[in-house]
Design a protein around this ligand. Structure first.
Ligand SMILES: Cc1cc2nc3c(=O)[nH]c(=O)nc-3n(C[C@H](O)[C@H](O)[C@H](O)COP(=O)(O)OP(=O)(O)OC[C@H]3O[C@@H](n4cnc5c(N)ncnc54)[C@H](O)[C@@H]3O)c2cc1C
Length: 408
């Protein structure tokens, strides 16, 4: 995480504070959080900055400058993120900057294909927010997700890839020979080809209270929020590899970690299950799943349902981390390309989707293995397929750079 000397003054219940925390988490920006409900000195800072008014979040930066209730765009500008592209036409637009997107981009750019990557959150995708990648080839000691993401980005930029972050793509489609993507800020980018490297998102439980307490006791990213629970007891929900790995990671901060799985046993790999069972700070509760999150402003209690009997019990962890699977981030193309029954993008062996010129790679693709190394491999394969697709197209028609020049 970048150490930026940022202090955020807010409360656990304020919606804009949650949004700002999410933004910093996605951008992997380290910050100090001061809960002004519990800290009179923090409250005094907020009142001083806002001429006596209580406006949160109030952010104080290392150089003494301040931002009050900033939008994500203002935060992005303050952090110096590039959010608009230099051109309107590219050979290739890649949507998503995880291992699949960035690998494709660097392969393509190295071949002279002008490439723009558009990322709605922080560069690196899920791999970037993972505590540690232990199984990516070439890193015998493992590598932190943040370092891995930074390295990938640097490598892509070395070959001339342009990377926009904090910029969401809202639609992708076709206009004649061109593929077109639109972003949330109203910009439109055209290219010969588009690669969808959209990845997946943590699945939610969908039970009462979950939405209300996101960022105020309910979390989906241990790397981002685990440190808030130093010396406290936390509940991890889920039984797979993520629940096991993140549960182990949380023991760095939490006093005790309870992992609740709705099944009779953890379904994680044998290595992870053994680590969990041997860990002195971890308990596993089976046949248990949250039925409700309760509290006033912040999470105070979790009602657990016994999946065999339906019996309800109440537990009071300081925080809950939910790891119950992934959903593909494919909503923006659900009426554009063919998806499988779970919403993953269907492709042929060359990673082409049902729309010519639109390719897909990595975790968002049906049949992908949901691993960083395979996502990177698919990215490389997609770049080579895209090169073959672009070559005949681009030879007869002015190249994007020429069109840019013609457009003035
Ligand atoms: C907790 C955890 C631990 C993991 N540990 C390991 C491990 O140890 N080893 C391993 O190999 N793998 C691990 N994985 C899996 C690995 O991180 C993923 O398989 C890999 O990151 C997938 O890469 P991707 O590029 O396909 O997608 P992602 O990494 O998910 O990247 C997709 C990107 O697309 C962006 N995006 C989506 N929609 C839009 C849009 N509309 N506009 C703009 N941008 C958009 C997203 O913000 C995201 O950054 C782990 C995953 C998690 C969650």
């Amino acid at each position: 995480m970048a150490h930026t000397g940022i202090t955020m003054y807010g409360t656990l219940w304020c919606g804009d504070c949650k949004r700002t925390k999410k933004f910093f988490g996605e951008q992997r920006v380290h910050y100090e959080f001061v809960d002004v409900d519990a800290d009179p000195d923090g409250l005094a800072v907020v009142e001083r900055v806002n001429q006596g008014k209580l406006i949160i979040p109030t952010l104080v930066f290392e150089d003494g400058s301040t931002l009050v209730e900033p939008s994500n765009a203002e935060l992005a500008a303050k952090l110096g993120l590039q959010t608009a592209a230099k051109n309107r036409f590219y050979d290739l637009v890649v949507v998503g900057s995880g291992p699949a997107g960035l690998t494709a981009a660097l392969y393509a750019a190295r071949e002279g294909i002008e490439t723009l990557v558009i990322e709605r959150a922080g560069v690196g995708g899920q791999a970037g927010i993972t505590e540690r990648l232990d199984n990516f080839p070439g890193f015998p000691e493992g590598v932190s997700g943040a370092e891995f993401a930074d390295r990938l980005r640097q490598q892509a930029e070395r070959f001339g890839v342009e990377v926009l972050s904090a910029q969401e793509v809202t639609s992708a489609g076709a206009d004649g020979d061109y593929r077109v993507v639109r972003t949330a800020d109203g910009n439109e980018y055209r290219a010969w080809a588009v690669l969808l490297a959209l990845g997946s998102t943590y699945r939610r439980l969908g039970v009462p209270g979950e939405e209300d307490f996101i960022g105020a006791g309910v979390h989906f990213c241990a790397t981002c929020d685990g440190a808030f629970y130093r010396g406290k007891d936390v509940l991890v929900v889920g039984g797979g590899n993520s629940a096991g790995e993140e549960g182990i990671f949380l023991t760095k901060f939490a006093r005790r970690v309870t992992i609740a799985t709705r099944d009779a046993a953890l379904s994680a790999s044998r290595v992870i299950v053994e680590k969990v069972q041997e860990h002195p700070q971890i308990d596993v509760v089976t046949h248990a799943t949250p039925a409700e999150f309760r509290g006033r402003g912040k999470l105070e209690a979790v009602v657990l349902r016994d999946t065999r009997t339906g019996a309800l019990t109440e537990t009071r962890p300081a925080g809950v981390f939910v790891f119950v699977g992934l959903m593909p981030n494919t909503q923006i193309v659900r009426n554009v390309v063919d998806l499988d029954e779970r919403g993953f993008i269907a492709t042929d062996a060359m990673l082409a989707t049902s729309m010519p010129g639109v390719f897909a790679a990595g975790d968002c693709r049906a049949g992908s293995t949901k691993q960083a190394a395979s996502a990177a491999g698919e990215g490389a394969a997609a770049a080579l397929a895209i090169r073959r697709y672009i070559e005949p197209l681009a030879s007869g028609i002015p190249r994007p750079a020429d069109l840019e020049a013609m457009a003035g």
